[in-house]
Every structure is written in C-alpha cells, then in structure tokens.
Design a binder for this molecule. Structure first.
Ligand code: GDP
Ligand code: MG
Length: 759
C-alpha cells in the first residue's frame, strides 16, 4: 500500500482534491491530542495501478515552522510517518506564495510531486504556466490538475505510483552554501534522517528543532558566529528571491510562445479561411507525393517525348534472348511531365525494369536462366516470390514520404488545428475531428490509417472510423482505377479523368453516409466531447520525425514479406497448375484449365447481379479471380487483369482488349470498379482491423459490412446504368431506410431521456 500525503496552503484545494481522489472511502477523525480534523481515504480510480493508494489530507499550512498546531502536525507527520510520496498541492493562480511551502517540503528526504491545482481557473484567466521549466528547476514532477473539474487526477496518481518506488534526498534552493554545508555535515555525521531539513531548521532558529535536537542545534548556531540572529530572515528572503524569477519565467515563456501561436492561429483556424488553407496544404502534400506532372507542364501542352532515358543501358541475356534495360528511365521526367519527389522515389525503388527492385528481380531471373533452372523454378521465384514482394516494397519510399509530411503536420502542431477546425463539422455527424486524420490517411494506405485510430476517444468512434477508411481510395486502388478508367474511356468514350474523379468522390460519399447511418444505429453514442488543448506551434525535431516515419513505414516491409509473399505464392500455384489434357500438372500460367480457372468460373456466378458474371461471352472467370485476389491485396487486381487478359485474348493483349472481347457492358464494368473499390481492401487491413477493433464480433461485422456494402452498391450501380426502372425502386427503398432510421433514432432518444429521468 502506497501512503500519500497532501500538503499545501489553506484554500489551495487540498480537501477538494482529496474528495475527488477518495470518493466515499474517506475516514474523518481528529489528529491525536488536538481538534484539527484528520482525513484519510483510499484512491478509488484507475484499475491500471496495482497497489492501493492511501491518501492523507494534511491540515492547510503556510510553512513547516512551528507557529501553529497545523504546521507541527504536518511536519511531524512527514518526518515520523514517512509517507511514500508527498503531493505538494499548489494553487496555480497564486504560484509564488504557494511554492514557498513547497521549497521547504523539498528539503525533506521524501519523493515529492507538485500538483498545480485550479488549472481551470488559470486557463480561464488566459494565463498559462510552463511546467517544464518548473520541473527542470525544482527537480521533481510537476503536474497540472483541476480538483474541481476532475482533470489530470489519473496522471497525478500514475506519477504517484511511479515516484513511490523511488528514493529522493532533500534539496535546497537557498543560496547560502557555506553555512548549509556545515550544518548539514553536523547532522549527517550524527546519522540523522532528513539531515538537510533539520539543518535548515537549525539555521532558521527553529524552536521545535531546538527542543528536539538541542545539542546539534547548538553546534549549528555556534558555527554561524555573528550571523545567527538574522539568519532566519535571510533564508526567508532567499526563498523568495529564488522563487520570484522562477515563477516569472514559468509564466512568461509560455506566454511569449503563445502569443506568436495565437497570431498564427488567427489565420489558420479562421472561420472562413481555415478550410481552404487546410485543403490547400493537403493538396500540396498529395501533389508532392503522387504527382507525375509536378508543374502542370504536360497539362499545358509541353511534351517531353520519351522523357528522361537514364544514363545506363544494360544488355542482359543469353544467345538470342538478349534484353535491353534502361534502369532509371523516366526517373526525373517522362512523357507525362516532371515527377514529384514522391514519384521520383517510386520510380527509383520501383518494381518494374526501371527501378532498383525491378532490376534486382530481373537480375535474379536472368541468373536462374543462365544456370539452366527449370521453367517452374524460374516462375516460382520470379512470379511467385519476388514480384509480390517487390510490388509492395516499391511503394515504400513514396509512402514514407507521405508519412513524413503527415508527421511534420503532427509534430508542428498543425494537425491539432485541423482536428479542431473539422470538429465543428464532424461533430454533428457523430465523430469527433480527430477521426479526420485517419480517414485522410486512408487515401495513402488504410493500414497505418487504421492504426492511427488509436488516438480516438471511444471504441464506437474507432469502429466507425475503421469501417469507412477503406472507402477512401488508397494508393493500390488508384493504380487499379487508372487501368479501368482507360478501358471505360475506350468502350464508352467517357473521359478517363472524370471517371476516376467520380469514383474517388463516390468513396468519400459512401464513407460520409456510412458514418451518419452508423452514428444513428449500431454505433450510437453521445459523441465524446472533443477537448483539445492546442499546443503552441514549434519546430519539429528531425530525429522524432524520422522515428515516426519509420514506426509507420516498417509495417509495409513486414507486410511485403508476410501476407503478400504468402498470397502471391498461393496464387502463383493455383494459376500455374491444373488439368491440361486430362492430366494434372503445370499449365500455362493463368490459362483455362488451371485450378484458378475452375475456382474463378465457380465464383463468377456470385457476380451475376453485378453484371460481370456468367452473362459475359468470354473470360468472366478473369473478373472473378481478379476481384477475389483483390481481397488479398488490391495490387493484385491490376496485376492479374493484365496477365489474364494476355492469356484469354492472346499474347500482348491488354485489359482494354479483354473488355471488348468479353462483351462486358459499361454498367458491368462500372459495377466491377465499384465493387473492388468498396469491398475488403486487403488481408493486411483485416489483420490491422483485428488488432485495432475491440473484439472478434466487431471484426466480423466489419468484414460483413464491407462485403455487403460493396455487393449491394455494385449491384445498384449495374442496375442503374443498365435499366432505368430500378432507379425508382432504389429511391423508394432509400426513402424507407431513411424513415426507418429516423424513427429508430427518435425511439432511442426517448429511451435515453427516460433512463436519465429514472436515474
Ligand atoms: P483546502 O483548504 O486546501 O482544503 O481547499 P478546499 O478544497 O476547501 O478548496 C478551497 C476552494 O477552492 C473551494 O471553494 C473549492 O471549490 C476551490 N477549488 C478547489 N479546487 C479547485 C479547482 O481545481 N479549480 C477551481 N476553480 N476551484 C477549486
Ligand atoms: Mg481543507
């Protein structure tokens, strides 16, 4: 059991703090022999602290000199009962006078924590206190609390549990080194506990000290010579001459930083400007990371022809099979324009024959061929093992750059402002502004985005956010979208850019409505109040930035070597083996007859309502296989569409050729896109959701939510594009849903009100 004593001036809020900490456990009696009230009780908060904590409310005092019975009680309690920790309670609105007592407590050999109380009142006066300065100068933990508002008490008790294990020697801040050293030496030599405290009291001509340790007291007095009569007064002055400048600094430093921060905030959190500025900052970040036409030169008609062709040309291969590689071609600019820094990183690391990883993989393939390895061995290593790993690793530097910018926003304090600004809008939807960051991160990759939901206030808020993160089109989906948009442009002469944009928008809208619906139904709760203390802006340190980036990015590398590796090997096996000519064996990769073909054909029936099932003339299994592989990792969709097209239509055929050959309708093709955009994003995200959601049931309902949403919206897309009349049905059913939710919502509200009344 940890014993904690609260010491402080009268009216600093000790009793309020004591009551807040102990609740109904308090015992009230008298200190022995006097009529001063004694309260003790047990801390009844946090389960995370193992030990019981007993709290004693000492009487209010201004010093530890024996002028009043209260002062004697408090002093003797700490000396004789030896509490494990003393909390020096300080009224934050009256810092200097309150810390006077603290400096005396600090002279005792006991762990001390300074609780700056009434922090709510400090804030109300628009003042602030720099706790770091106090902590540094006084050498003990300094924590802000508000006993009245119940703020910071958990942290205070955590600090208590920690400090209780420590030992601490008394320390003085009085600038009288010579005298103190002598007096301290005298007490220490006698083996006295709290030697410094007693020595100080002897120097202060303390009457209680004279009574208790007459011999040592006399020796100290003798050592001072002439000085002894006004020493008490001198020490008193020196306490204040130490405290005054310290308190000045503690108040001023924050205020100076604050005023600059406040001026910046006038612009960045402005009622009207905040959102446009934020949109601009985010756009700039995405542009710097993903753009391949950094200065819009191509958009304005400047064409770079073939683009940058690199400085190396390699001819590799045996005999007639010589291939020419141009590593780093297109590194700085291509026919599409000048690359952004992120795109340069992508090309540099990239998994095709212009990037480092791609070249490494090709090198290994060539080596295997040179060694005369059998075809299936080459296939296994190249298509099965390396290509999947390389595809993911190739994105890592680019994604790391994105994380770098996000960390920069976070560490500088801007992210807190974004959450603050967005909270005004989001709060009405049932999530707090904090949910915004993970959602935006979903545009990059859902996995770190889901991990970021840890900062959210409640389980329900976390669940809602995790469920909608996949609706924000991630990097892997963007790749797939580009492929489909080109095909749509081909068959329906619909602008590819507009198609891409509409699908992005659809994702955001689906996310938006999902949050609203969940907040009204299964994930109902009073949105936790979003109290955020906006930190001052400051320059982030490079070291902490890099640590953040690495913490978030290393996940991709793990993903590449585990789930992606595993799934590409499985898919490679299923696509490469099958029944050719009635016998089981290796078949041409992805061709009809492979195990994958049979699986795909079977599954394609599922997609009948979405318009890319058995109604297609050819190759419906390719669409099914691509969709299923997409559940493992969205990178797979693009990859398998390209390979399977070549197998089904003929060598060299692209996905566009498959689209016309299969006879898929525009509705079917759009439904295929919508399904893949909204469904389970990848295995990695399931794994992350499992770790971040509170239980298995929530995980399963989340997976079901993704599947159902994508399937239903996919079917609706197909129907709406193909047939006009279902639109009427859809409108009516949506209306019915809306009314149902409204009624349910009202019902729940009434129940809540009833409950509150009963309570
Ligand atoms: P004690 O004499 O140290 O035991 O102080 P009390 O607990 O009796 O509190 C003195 C006054 O300060 C009471 O009016 C409390 O309501 C008020 N008080 C205590 N803690 C806080 C706080 O955190 N914020 C504010 N604003 N007032 C507080
Ligand atoms: Mg009291």
């Amino acid at each position: 059991m940890i014993k904690v004593a609260l010491a402080g001036n009268p009216n600093c809020g000790k009793t309020t703090l004591f009551n807040a900490l102990t609740g109904s456990t308090a015992y009230v009696g008298n200190w022995p022999g006097v009529t001063v009230e004694k309260r003790s009780g047990v801390y009844r908060g946090k389960k995370s602290i193992d030990e019981e904590i007993e709290i004693i409310d000492l009487p209010g005092i201004y010093s530890l000199s024996p002028f009043t019975p209260e002062e004697i009680i408090s002093r003797n309690y700490i000396i004789n009962e030896k509490p494990d920790v003393v909390i020096s309670v300080v009224d934050g609105t009256n810092l200097e006078r309150n810390l006077y007592l603290t400096t005396q407590v600090l002279e005792m050999d006991v762990p001390v924590i300074i609780a700056i109380n009434m922090i709510d009142a400090v804030k109300e006066k628009h003042e602030s206190i720099d706790f770091e300065i106090l902590e540094k100068e006084l050498g003990v933990p300094v924590l802000p609390v508000s006993a009245l508002k119940n703020e910071g008490l958990g942290e205070l008790m955590k600090a208590v549990a920690k400090e209780a294990k420590a030992r601490r020697n008394g320390k003085t801040f009085i600038d009288m080194e010579k005298e103190i050293d002598v007096a301290f030496g005298l007490y220490k030599n006698e083996g006295k506990e709290n030697a410094l405290f007693h020595a100080m009291k002897a120097l202060e001509n303390d009457s209680l000290e004279k009574e208790e340790n007459p011999d040592l007291y006399q020796k100290v007095q003798d050592s001072m010579g002439e000085n002894k009569s006004n020493c008490a007064h001198e020490i008193d002055e020196k306490r204040y001459s130490f405290l005054s400048p310290l308190c000045q600094r503690a108040k001023a430093s924050k205020n100076k930083k604050r005023s600059l921060s406040d001026r910046i905030d006038k612009v960045l959190t402005h009622r009207w400007w905040a959102l446009p500025i934020m949109a601009l900052v985010l756009f700039a970040i995405f542009h710097l990371v993903f753009a391949s036409d950094l200065f819009y030169l191509n958009a304005f008609g400047v064409n770079f022809g073939e683009g940058y062709q690199g400085f190396i040309e390699l001819n590799v291969g045996l005999g007639s099979e010589i291939e020419t590689y141009r590593p780093f071609a297109g590194l700085f600019w291509s026919d599409g324009g000048i690359n952004s820094p992120g795109e340069i990183l992508h090309v540099l690391a990239g998994d095709n024959e212009t990037g480092i990883l791609g070249c490494a993989c090709l090198g290994i393939k060539q080596l295997l061929l040179i060694w005369g390895a059998p075809e299936w061995v080459v296939g296994f290593f190249y298509d099965g093992v390396l290509s999947g790993v390389a595809a993911v690793l190739g994105f890592v530097p680019q994604i790391m750059l994105l994380f770098f910018f996000f960390s920069l926003m976070e560490d500088s304090g801007y992210m807190a402002r974004i959450s603050f600004v967005l909270d005004r809008i989001f709060h009405r939807l049932g999530v707090s502004g904090r949910a915004f960051l993970p959602m935006i991160m979903g545009f990059g990759c859902g996995v770190p985005a889901m991990m970021n939901t840890r900062t959210l206030g409640s389980d329900k808020e976390r669940t809602k956010t995790i469920r909608v993160i996949p609706f924000f089109t991630c990097g892997a989906k963007a790749e797939f979208l580009v492929t489909v948009a080109a095909a749509v442009a081909g068959v329906a002469s619909f602008d590819a850019g507009a198609f891409t944009f509409l699908i992005y928008l659809l994702g955001v809208l689906v996310a938006f409505f999902s949050v609203v619906i969940m907040s009204k139904t299964s994930q109902r709760e009073k949105t936790p109040p979003f109290i955020i203390e906006l930190p001052s802006y400051h320059r982030p340190s490079l070291r902490s930035l890099l640590i953040h980036v690495w913490d978030r990015g290393k996940h991709f590398i793990e993903k590449a070597f585990t789930i992606i590796l595993f799934s590409t090997v499985i898919i490679w096996f299923l696509a490469s083996f099958g029944w050719a000519g009635g016998q089981f064996g290796m078949v041409e990769s992805g061709a009809e007859g492979s195990i994958l073909y049979y699986i795909g054909t079977g599954l394609s029936y599922l997609f009948y309502p979405l318009g890319f099932g058995p109604q297609l003339a050819h190759g419906s299994w390719a669409f099914a296989v691509a969709s299923i592989q997409g559940i493992v990792a969205k990178e797979n969709v693009t990859a398998s569409l390209e390979t399977l097209s070549a197998n089904i239509v003929g060598p060299g055929a692209s996905f566009e050729d498959l689209v016309s050959y299969s006879g898929i309708s525009v509705g079917g093709l759009t439904a295929f896109t919508v399904f893949n955009m909204l469904t389970i994003p990848c295995f990695a995200s399931i794994g992350t959701a499992k770790a971040e959601l509170k239980d298995r049931k929530t995980l399963w309902s989340t997976i079901a939510f993704w599947l159902i949403t994508s399937y239903v919206l996919g079917s609706l897309t197909f129907l709406m594009i193909e047939f006009i009349w279902p639109i009427a049905v859809v409108v009516v059913s949506l209306l019915l849903c809306g009314i149902g939710i409204y009624l349910y919502d009202r019902n729940m509200k009434e129940k809540e009100i009833e409950k509150e009344e009963v309570y």
